[in-house]
Design a protein around this ligand. Structure first.
Ligand code: ATP
Length: 723
C-alpha cells in the first residue's frame, strides 16, 4: 500500500465523491425502473423491459492475462530478424510467458454519463471494453449491472443487451446505409414488432445520426466519419441502455470527432429522440482537446493494464497536482496525462526531444477551437517546452510507475463491492437483463429469411459483377473456339474429354478461390454480428448456401451456354442440361472447400498457400494429367472433386456409339480401323471413368456439404475478439 499522503487523501476524496454520485444516481434509478416496468407494452416486454432501463455498470478487480508464445530461434529469426536483446526484453524468453493486460481494474459507468477511457496505446482500453461487453472472458473480478453480479451465462446475455461499437467499421460494403440498418432492424428488433415499426426505427436512427443524405449510398462510398456513424447507428437501433465505443473518433478529423462526442453526450443525457431513459456510455478516446477532455462526466485512466485515475476530469487535474506533476498552464490536459503515462521505446531511447507545443498548436489549428487553458504567449509556451524536455526516459518511467503505485485501486474496488452488495440486498432490484433466457430477439426462421434476402442482395452485387460476366462469356468464347465444332468421331474423343476436364477444373478452382477470398471479409462481419446476438450461425449458413447458389451458378451457366454449343459437344439438349447441372454441382463442391479453408485457417497468407497446394493436388489427383498414378497414391484420386465431376459428365456425353475413323485414338477398341463403332461403355472405360453417373453425382453432393459443415463448426468455435 502506498504511504499515507495527500495522494491518498485525494484518491479517497475522489472515491467518496464518486460513491456519493453513484448513490444519487442509484436512488433515482429505482424510481425510473419502476415507471418503465409499468409502462411496458405487452407485445415487447422482453425488449423494452430490459433494454431501455437505465443500467449501472460496475466492475471491480478485473484481471486478465494472456499467454505469450516466445520466439523460437529460426535461421533468420535467430540471426538477422530478431531484435537486439537489450531493446526487447520479453523476446528473450524462448518459452511462453504470461502477460497481464488488466490488473485489478475497478470503476463504474452511470446512466446519463459519458465515461472516457484514456491511456497510451496498449494500456488495455480495448481489452477492458471487450471484457465489459462480454466479448472476451476475464480471469477474475466482478462485472455487475444494476447491482447484479454477472455469471458466465449472464455475460452471454449481456452481449446482446450492450451495444459495442468496435474500432473497425465492419459491414457488407455493397449494401446501402438504409439496407444495413434495415437488415439489422429485422434481425435484432423484437419479432413481434410490425415491419412498419422496424422501418420507422431505422428512420429514427438515420435522422439521429444525420445520415439522411447518404441513406441510399453504398457503404463503400461513405467517408470515414459517415461509416463510423453507421456503425454507431447499427448499435443504437436496439435502443440499448449501455453503449460501449472503442475509439469512435479514430480516423476522423477533429471537428467531426468533437461533433461525434457531443452527440454521444446528448445521447447519454436524453437517450435520443423516441427513446426512454438515459444511456450509460463508455468510450475510449485518444488525446482529446482540452475542452473535450473537460466535458466528459468521468475519466478512467489506464497505463499498462492498471488504473491510474478514476474520477472527474477536474479532479484528475487536482490529483496530478498532489502527485507533483500538475498540468502546466496553457497545456492540453489530455496531452499532459499522456506524456506522463506513455511508455514508448522510441521516446525513451531518443536523446532529442519532440516538442509538445507543436502538436498542441497543430491540434488547435485543426479544430479551430480555442483552448480554455491556453495562455497565448511565449513565456508559458517556453515553460511547457521545458517541462517536456524533462521527459527523458528516466522521468517518464518513474512518473508512470509512481502514478500506477499511487492509485488506490483497492479503495475503488471496495466501494464498488459495497454498492453491489447494497443493491443486491434491495427488494426492488430485478434482473436487469430481462427474463428472456435467449440472447436472440428473433426466431430462426425470421433470421434465415432476412439473411437470405441480405445475402441475395450482397452476393448479387459481389459475384454478379460486370467483370465476372465478361470473364464467363470470354472464357466460353475461347473454349468454344478452341474446341470448335468437334465431330463425334474416334479422333475427337480425347478432345471432348479434355473439354470436360478443363470445364470442371476451372469452375471448381474459381468457386474455391472466390469463396475463400470472400470468407475472411465475411467472417469478421459474422463474428461481429453474432457477438451482438444478431442471429444463429446455422441461420447464416443456411441462408448463405441457399441464397448464393443461384447467383454463383449463373456464371458457369453462361460459360456452358456459349462453349457447349460452339464446341458441338452434343446435339442433345438433355445432355446440355445434365452436364451443366454437374458443372454447377462441382461449383458448389469447390465453394464448400474454399469455405472450409477460409474458416479453418485464419491467416490469409497461410490460407492462400493451403488453397494453392490443395487445389493443384486435387486437380493432379483427378487422374487426367497422370495416367499411371503410382499404386500407393491410387486412393488419393478419390478425394478429388474434379474426378467425380469429370466421371459424372463423360457417360452423359458418350451415350451413343462412337464411329471409328482410323486415327488410332481408340487403338484398343477400334484397332486402327476406320469402320465400326466403339460402344459408349467401352469409351468411358477406356477413358478411366469409374462409377455410375448417380454415384459420382452423389459424391459431389457430399463434397458440397461436408467441408461446408466443418467450416460451420470451425466458425462456431471462433469468438469475436480472438487474436
Ligand atoms: N490476445 C492477446 N494476446 C496477446 N496480447 C494481447 C492480447 N490481447 C491484448 N494483448 C495485449 O494487451 C495490451 C493491451 O491491448 P489493448 O488492445 O487493450 O490496448 P489499447 O489500450 O486498446 O491500445 P490501442 O489504443 O492501441 O488500441 C497490448 O499490449 C496488447 O498487445
Amino acid at each position: 500500500m502506498p504511504p499515507e499522503s495527500s495522494t491518498d487523501r485525494l484518491a479517497s476524496d475522489t472515491i467518496s465523491k464518486t460513491n456519493a454520485d453513484s448513490m444519487d444516481i442509484h436512488k433515482t434509478q429505482h424510481s425510473v425502473s419502476f415507471v418503465d416496468a409499468t409502462d411496458v407494452d405487452s407485445n415487447d416486454n422482453t425488449f423494452h423491459g430490459s433494454n431501455n432501463e437505465p443500467l449501472y455498470l460496475r466492475w471491480s478487480r478485473l484481471h486478465k492475462s494472456v499467454q505469450i508464445k516466445g520466439n523460437k530461434p529460426g535461421m533468420l529469426r535467430g540471426s538477422i530478424a530478431a531484435p537486439a536483446p537489450q531493446f526487447n526484453a520479453s523476446v528473450q524468453n524462448q518459452g511462453s510467458s504470461q502477460k497481464i493486460i488488466l490488473d485489478a481494474v475497478s470503476g463504474y459507468a452511470a446512466p446519463g454519463e459519458v465515461l472516457a477511457m484514456m491511456g497510451p496505446s496498449g494500456s488495455g482500453k480495448t481489452s477492458l471494453l471487450n471484457c465489459l461487453s462480454g466479448r472476451t472472458p476475464y480471469d477474475s473480478g466482478v462485472v455487475s449491472v444494476n447491482g447484479r453480479p454477472l455469471g458466465g451465462q449472464d455475460m452471454k446475455r449481456l452481449m446482446a443487451k450492450i451495444a459495442y461499437v468496435r474500432q473497425a467499421d465492419i459491414f457488407f460494403e455493397h449494401l446501402t446505409v438504409r439496407d444495413q440498418l434495415g437488415y439489422t432492424a429485422f434481425l435484432r428488433l423484437p419479432e413481434a414488432w410490425s415491419a412498419q415499426t422496424k422501418l420507422s426505427e431505422v428512420e429514427r436512427v438515420i435522422k439521429l445520426l444525420r445520415l439522411t443524405k447518404v441513406a441510399d449510398s453504398k457503404l463503400q462510398l461513405l467517408s470515414g466519419g459517415e461509416k463510423k456513424r453507421v456503425n454507431i447507428g447499427t448499435e443504437l437501433l436496439t435502443d440499448p441502455s449501455i453503449l460501449l465505443l472503442d475509439e469512435p473518433t479514430s480516423g476522423l478529423d477533429s471537428t467531426s470527432a468533437v461533433a461525434l462526442i457531443r452527440m454521444l453526450q446528448d445521447l447519454a443525457k436524453s437517450g435520443g429522440p423516441g427513446t426512454k431513459g438515459n444511456k450509460t456510455i463508455v468510450t475510449s478516446i485518444h488525446q482529446p482537446s482540452s475542452a473535450l477532455f473537460r466535458s466528459f462526466d468521468r475519466l478512467i485512466m489506464l497505463a499498462e493494464g492498471h488504473v491510474v485515475f478514476f474520477g472527474t476530469p477536474r479532479d484528475s487535474l487536482d490529483y496530478l497536482k498532489t502527485q507533483k506533476v500538475g498540468c502546466p498552464d496553457g497545456y492540453n490536459a489530455a496531452d499532459h496525462w499522456m506524456d506522463l503515462l506513455v511508455k514508448d521505446s522510441a521516446i525513451e531511447d531518443s536523446t532529442t526531444t519532440v516538442t509538445i507545443d507543436q502538436s498542441e498548436d497543430n491540434k488547435k489549428s485543426e479544430t479551430g477551437e480555442t483552448d480554455e487553458y491556453a495562455i497565448p504567449d511565449t513565456v508559458e509556451s517556453k515553460s511547457a517546452g521545458q517541462i517536456r524536455k524533462e521527459t527523458n526516459h528516466s522521468v517518464v518511467m518513474s512518473t508512470r510507475e509512481r502514478l500506477i503505485q499511487a492509485w488506490d485501486s483497492e479503495a475503488v474496488a471496495e466501494q464498488m463491492d459495497s454498492c453491489v452488495e447494497r443493491d443486491s440486498n434491495s427488494a426492488t432490484v430485478k434482473d436487469p437483463l430481462g427474463e428472456n433466457v435467449s440472447k436472440y430477439n428473433t426466431g430462426w426462421m425470421l433470421q434465415y429469411r432476412t439473411l437470405v434476402h441480405r445475402s441475395l442482395k450482397n452476393s448479387r452485387s459481389a459475384i454478379f459483377t460486370p467483370i465476372n460476366i465478361i470473364k464467363s462469356c470470354a472464357l466460353g468464347l475461347v473454349s468454344g473456339l478452341l474446341w470448335f465444332q468437334m465431330s463425334y468421331t474416334e479422333s475427337r474423343v480425347f478432345d471432348r474429354s479434355s473439354y470436360f476436364f478443363f470445364t470442371m477444373t476451372f469452375w471448381v478452382f474459381d468457386a474455391m478461390f472466390q469463396s475463400f477470398m470472400a470468407f475472411p471479409q465475411e467472417r469478421t462481419v459474422i463474428l461481429k454480428e453474432r457477438a451482438s446476438g444478431s442471429y444463429r450461425l446455422s441461420a447464416y449458413f443456411m441462408g448463405k448456401t441457399t441464397s448464393e447458389m443461384p447467383t454463383r451458378l449463373v456464371l458457369p451457366l453462361l460459360y456452358m451456354i456459349i462453349s457447349f454449343f460452339m464446341a458441338s459437344i452434343s446435339n442433345k439438349f438433355s445432355t446440355f442440361i445434365a452436364t451443366t447441372l454437374i458443372s454447377l454441382l462441382s461449383v458448389m463442391a469447390g465453394e464448400s472447400i474454399g469455405l472450409f479453408v477460409g474458416a479453418t485457417i485464419y491467416d490469409m497468407e497461410k490460407g492462400m498457400t493451403a488453397m494453392t497446394v490443395i487445389s493443384l493436388a486435387l486437380a493432379l489427383l483427378g487422374g487426367f494429367f497422370v495416367e499411371n498414378v503410382p499404386s500407393f497414391l491410387q486412393w488419393a484420386k478419390f478425394v478429388s472433386p474434379f474426378k467425380y465431376a469429370y466421371d459424372a459428365s463423360l457417360p452423359l456425353v458418350f451415350d451413343d456409339p462412337v464411329p471409328c475413323d482410323g486415327s488410332g485414338a481408340l487403338e484398343g477398341i477400334c484397332g486402327g480401323s476406320d469402320t465400326g463403332f466403339a460402344q459408349p461403355e467401352e469409351v468411358v472405360a477406356y477413358l478411366g471413368v469409374q462409377g455410375s453417373v448417380g454415384f459420382n453425382v452423389g459424391i459431389l453432393v457430399v463434397f458440397g456439404l461436408m467441408p461446408r459443415y466443418v467450416a460451420y463448426l470451425a466458425l462456431r468455435a471462433k469468438k469475436e475478439g480472438d487474436r
